[in-house]
Design a protein around this ligand. Structure first.
Ligand SMILES: *Cc1c(COP(=O)(O)O)cnc(C)c1O
Length: 381
């Protein structure tokens, strides 16, 4: 039986052609033709004041955290249910991490928990749009405004996803995308930072270009470039950007293909949901998601372990997701969980992600769902 993998990196067919073009142009460092094409495409798609490609989603978050200009002891509120990079970015600049609970229906940060966790040291809220489904941005933006806090969006999952008709990643001062091979659009390793406040552009460009004003030099705005401030190298190679360009050109096709698979899962698993075996994802009415993920939730961690190995025996590969950061060694060292962990641990242990990628075949979606059905209703149950 052929294996159905959990993830297959997106590939459209034009990648090699563009990578070859990048190589033949003899300009394979950053910010050449393909980097420019990608960032302009993303600026047009999102409406962000400026989009800068980065070497990873983690580096986009690192840039955002540095641009927040925090002092040691300043507090950042973030969900515990996220990838280590969300937390690392702020730990690296010496901030104290204040982890809060999520909502069980979307697995997104709970606005009430944010409000409870605010102290006079709080400087930043970092919202993570889990599975490309928007957090409650109406409330979160209001909280940030009322308390004068910087809002950062970890939109690593959320390229092309909307909340109230506006792209995720454009609500906060900074939005961070990932183009890792596990994400909807890929360049192997890569990402982008969305700058939604024009005042951050110059500083961000300097931070990204080894602390120099090379970006302004390339535009002819200064006649030589100099070391202006602290910085590093967050500029990806044009070869990687060439790979991404092939995917952005087909972005809507990729998105629609994923949404089709997502809708099929939802349809085929609804009878099992109605029998009470599992729960399906919830998409709030004001959210337009991007099918980054399809997950189900079962009763508890034992059922999940059994189901996952049952499916694996049928050559269907599934995956768990984040182990809550507040209980990890670094989480204990750099942060604290504010108030009670009512949802995070319990819900994270019930969640199982099903195969989802561009080009997933309908017959494979059917095979995955048949496997789940056999687990709950089959003879050797
Ligand atoms: C993938 C991911 C990142 C990091 O992106 P990389 O490109 O892998 O560095 C950050 N946050 C979340 C929520 C992610 O899923």
């Amino acid at each position: 039986m052929e294996t159905i993998y959990f993830n297959v990196p997106p590939f459209t067919g034009n990648e090699l052609k563009y990578v070859e073009e990048a190589i033949n142009s003899h300009h394979i460092c950053g910010d050449n033709q393909f980097c420019k094409k990608c960032s302009e495409w993303l600026e047009k798609d999102t409406g962000a004041a400026r989009v800068l490609l980065t070497t990873s989603g983690s580096h986009a978050l690192d840039m955002a955290a540095q641009l927040c200009e925090l002092k040691p002891g300043d507090e950042v509120i973030l969900p515990s249910y996220t990838f280590s990079s969300t937390a690392n970015a702020f730990a690296l600049v010496g901030a104290t991490l204040v982890f809060v609970d999520i909502l069980p229906d979307t697995m997104n940060i709970d606005p009430d928990a944010i409000e409870r966790a605010i102290t006079d040291k709080t400087k930043v809220i970092c919202a993570v749009h889990y599975a490309g489904v928007g957090c409650d941005m109406e409330r979160i933006c209001k909280i940030a405004e009322e308390h004068n806090l910087i809002l950062v969006e970890d939109a690593a999952h959320a390229v092309l996803a909307d909340y109230n008709g506006k792209r995720l990643g454009t609500y906060g001062r900074f939005g961070c995308y990932s183009f890792h091979e596990t994400k909807n659009y890929s360049m192997g390793e890569g990402g982008a930072i969305l700058l939604n406040n024009p005042e951050d552009i110059e500083k961000a460009e300097i931070l990204r270009e080894k602390g120099t004003d090379r970006s302004r030099f390339l535009l002819g705005l200064v006649d030589k470039y100099t070391w202006r401030d602290k910085g590093s190298s967050y500029v990806p190679s044009d070869m990687n950007a060439a790979y991404l360009w092939a995917q952005l050109q087909m972005a809507h096709e990729i998105n629609n293909d994923r949404l089709r698979s997502w809708a099929r899962y939802y349809e085929l698993l609804t009878p099992l949901k109605e029998k009470g075996y599992l729960e399906l994802p919830y998409i709030p009415e004001n959210s337009k998601h991007n099918a980054h993920m399809f997950y189900i939730k079962v009763d508890n961690i034992d059922v999940r372990t059994k189901l996952s190995s049952f499916l694996s025996d049928r050559e269907v590969k599934t995956a768990f997701h984040y182990v809550p950061l507040h209980s990890a060694p670094a989480g204990l060292k750099y942060g604290r969980f504010d108030s009670e962990d009512k949802v995070t641990t319990k819900e994270s242990e019930r969640l199982l992600r099903l195969p989802m990628y561009y080009g997933l075949k309908d017959e494979d979606v059917i095979r995955v769902c048949d496997g789940i059905k056999a687990f709950f209703e089959g003879e050797n149950k």
